[in-house]
Ligand binder design. Structure first.
Ligand code: NAG
Ligand code: NAG
Ligand code: NAG
Length: 699
């Protein structure tokens, strides 16, 4: 990413300096000339942004600063003026001359943005027409941001070479409400329907439980009454024949009613909320997996922390140099477990999936610890259940993010969020997510949609492969562990090649590729097998072996995160200091290979003894506590929602995001609170009902 940015800067700088010589192409004061109702007074010009600052930012290598927002607060305070922002777009011109704006044509995310202070009479549409006409014909603008530059490189092949980059404008006090967008209204209706169903079913459930309680009380009171009148019984017996057919019909009605009540039960908000706080022990086959809940929750919190730097940076920090300085200091170490947190999820996913899969095999064989037949007939159902479990929640999150969430932020950068290619491309490419192939986007030449969903795709692909690999375990369990080991060694070896780099390096397109990130999953699969080996159980019954394992695991994990930090420091130094950078050559190769494996191995060293031994050390106890068990139910919904929440928080401000460590922590706190809150809603109203429905349908 940084390397790309550097290329962009160098190219732009060259172009700009060569063109600045021919000064008449350049607007006066670097500002877009406006006339008619939009003609600006000197004061209004003063409160508007200018291209000068963008040029200056580029010459200072501050390539994140492609904006000058002018003076939002002064402009909104002064009489008869209002504040508007321009936003960058790409226009495709076909051979027949017809034009079409390309929603994902802007590959610079928020691209160049100018804040413009104009007279009140100059509304968004008039301003937009003038700014568009100006930027379309300004040669300098086309040279810097037009088609073929890095900001507008993704164009469909049918666009002719007359296609161009442009700026439109949008005024703060004329923001569109989502009610004018039928897709957004539809998404809103679906969300309201989900919430309404949950509440109604909750009320119905409360009524039913109340009426059942009353009935059972009545019955018990009838029973006590029955002890007294014996004489009347005879009369009832005479009635019996006519009652019989009635009873059959009544039974059919009861069956129908109980079906209906089952459906109501899926959505019953009260029951679901009660279930949410109810923690079931899922320990099977002598293996303790409770502490995984704590691991999963903490990994998720790290992901949010890391993304609180990453996503605002996508929308440009006001002061990217501060961010870079922070990332170069060891104080930023907490950010790097975030990149590795996904590997933690993969590890947990692999371990739990395979552990339960073997447990099913053992149950079918009726022979704990010695299953000979893989439960192959079970596999299609596993796939189906997982697909049905993940997909509704994921698709709802996506349609919310793409069509509705864009109307939430009302800050000066609300348009930047609205126009994010990462969201806009989803309108075309949503089906990639439904098929769990979204991490193939660059290989297949698709634009990226909801970038962070790559994890869901990769995890699903690994899930598809795991039971097939697992067949080896049932034939020869040691051969299976050896196979996993071989897989790990091969991927680690590939990572020493720069072109396959998963984290940093020239070939970072391997960051989201399943086959390059599968190592922790393999470690998880291998560990799920190893916990069943009597020899392994013997070894970890000795406390010395356990402590050695904890020590090695901690060193591996801390060193993996530190290597990542060092790698980032090196990359930043390379960008900012050019040739005078001091990292050893081939450091990136080493770092990639080390990071993809050391983290998984470290996790294994901690998880193996923890899951085998009954001993409850302070760490394991802490990770197994109830709050973690509850919070870990939210990690799936939280993972999908948190980038949307972070970006809304950033774009809702009245200026560009600022980076200081303190602001970073407060942004993180706000994001984590809102994320857990929204994830709880999504969990109770969508995830749990669909999970219950799944259970009923695939039982
Ligand atoms: C904007 O102003 C122009 C004239 O100044 C007017 O014709 C047009 O209807 C206005 N557009 C909106 C959306 O108010
Ligand atoms: C568009 O811009 C050109 C020069 O850049 C100007 O001559 C022309 O009048 C403008 N057209 C409109 C409709 O404003
Ligand atoms: C644009 O494409 C046409 C043919 O489609 C070609 O004749 C023309 O030279 C091209 N113009 C430029 C500036 O490349």
């Amino acid at each position: 990413m940084f390397a790309q940015g550097c290329v962009l800067v160098c190219a732009l700088l060259l172009l700009l300096t060569s063109h600045l010589a021919s000064a008449q192409l350049y607007p006066v004061n670097g500002q877009v000339p406006l006339d008619g109702v939009c003609a600006q007074s000197p004061a209004q010009l003063y409160m508007s942004g200018s291209f000068d600052k963008i040029t200056l930012a580029l010459s200072l290598l501050a390539f994140g600063n492609l904006y000058d927002l002018g003076s939002y607060d002064l402009c909104s305070m002064s009489h008869d003026t209002h504040y508007c922002t321009t936003y960058f777009g790409v226009m495709c011109v076909r051979d027949d001359g017809s034009e079409e704006s390309i929603p994902h044509g802007n590959t610079c995310n928020m691209g160049p943005v100018l804040g413009i202070c104009v007279p009140q009479e100059c509304n968004g549409s008039v301003l937009s027409a003038q700014v568009m006409n100006y930027t379309q014909h300004a040669e300098l603008f086309q040279v810097a941001f037009g088609v073929g530059t890095l900001c507008a490189s993704a164009m469909p092949s049918y666009c002719s070479n007359k296609s161009y980059g442009f700026m439109s404008a949008d005024c703060m006090d004329e923001q569109k409400s989502f009610t004018s967008d039928s897709s957004a209204v539809a998404v809103f209706a679906v969300i309201v329907a989900f919430c309404g169903t949950s509440i109604l079913c909750g009320i119905a459930g409360v009524y039913r439980r109340w009426s059942l309680a009353m009935k059972s009380r009545e019955e018990s009171s009838i029973e006590t009454e029955r002890l007294l009148p014996v004489a009347e019984e005879k009369v009832q017996i005479n009635d019996a024949p006519s009652n019989k057919s009635k009873n059959v019909a009544a039974a059919a009605v009861t069956v129908k009613q109980s079906k209906l009540w089952e459906v109501v039960g899926w959505f019953d908000l009260v029951e679901n909320a009660r279930g949410f706080f109810n923690v079931k022990s899922r320990n099977v086959a002598n293996v303790d997996t409770k502490f995984f809940d704590g691991v999963r929750t903490i990994a998720f919190i790290f992901v949010v922390y890391g993304h609180c730097v990453y996503f605002p940076a996508q929308l440009n920090f006001y002061n990217p140099n501060e961010t870079a300085a922070f990332l170069e200091s060891y104080a930023s170490i907490g950010i790097f477990p975030a990149e590795l947190a996904v590997d933690t999820f993969f590890y947990l996913s692999g371990f739990l999936m395979f552990h339960l899969y073997i447990a099913v095999g053992e149950k079918l064989a009726g022979n704990v610890g010695n299953a000979k037949q893989p439960p192959i007939s079970h596999i299609p159902m596993m796939y189906l259940r997982r697909y049905l479990r993940m997909t509704p929640v994921m698709m709802l999150t996506m349609v919310f993010a793409v069509w509705l969430s864009v109307y939430i932020p009302s800050g000066v950068l609300h348009r930047a969020y609205h126009n994010l290619p990462m969201l806009q491309t989803c309108k075309q490419y949503w089906w990639h997510q439904m098929l769990y192939i979204s991490n193939m986007n660059d290989a297949a030449g698709w634009s990226e949609c909801m970038g962070w969903f790559w994890y869901l795709s990769a995890d699903f692909q690994m899930f598809l492969a795991a039971p097939l690999l697992g067949v080896v375990y049932f034939i020869h369990s040691r051969a299976f562990v050896a196979l996993m080991g071989a897989g790990i060694v091969i991927i680690t070896g590939l990572q020493t090649q720069q072109k396959y780099a998963a984290f940093l390096g020239d070939g970072t397109s391997f960051y989201d590729k399943t086959w390059m990130r599968a190592n922790p999953y393999f470690f998880g699969l291998a560990c799920a097998a190893l916990v069943r080996f009597p020899q392994v159980r013997d070894i970890f019954s000795r406390s010395s072996a356990r402590w050695l394992s904890y020590g090695v695991g901690t060193v591996l994990m801390v060193s993996a995160a530190s290597m990542m930090w060092l790698g980032m420091k090196c990359t930043l130094e390379k960008v900012y200091q050019g040739s005078s950078y001091s990292c050893p050559t081939n450091f990136e190769s080493f770092m990639n290979a080390y990071a993809v494996s050391a983290w998984g191995l470290g996790m294994s060293c901690l998880a193996l003894p923890w899951s085998i031994s009954a001993e409850m050390g302070p760490m394991k106890w802490f990770l197994s506590t109830k709050p973690f068990a509850i919070a870990s139910k939210l990690t799936f919904c939280g993972y999908m929602l948190h980038p949307v929440i972070i970006m809304i928080l950033v774009t809702d401000g009245i200026q560009n995001a600022l980076f200081t460590p303190l602001i970073q922590y407060s942004r993180f706190c706000a994001a984590i609170l809102i994320t857990f809150f929204s994830a709880t809603l999504l969990h109770l109203v969508v995830e749990v009902p669909f999970a219950k429905m799944n259970d009923a349908v695939t039982r």
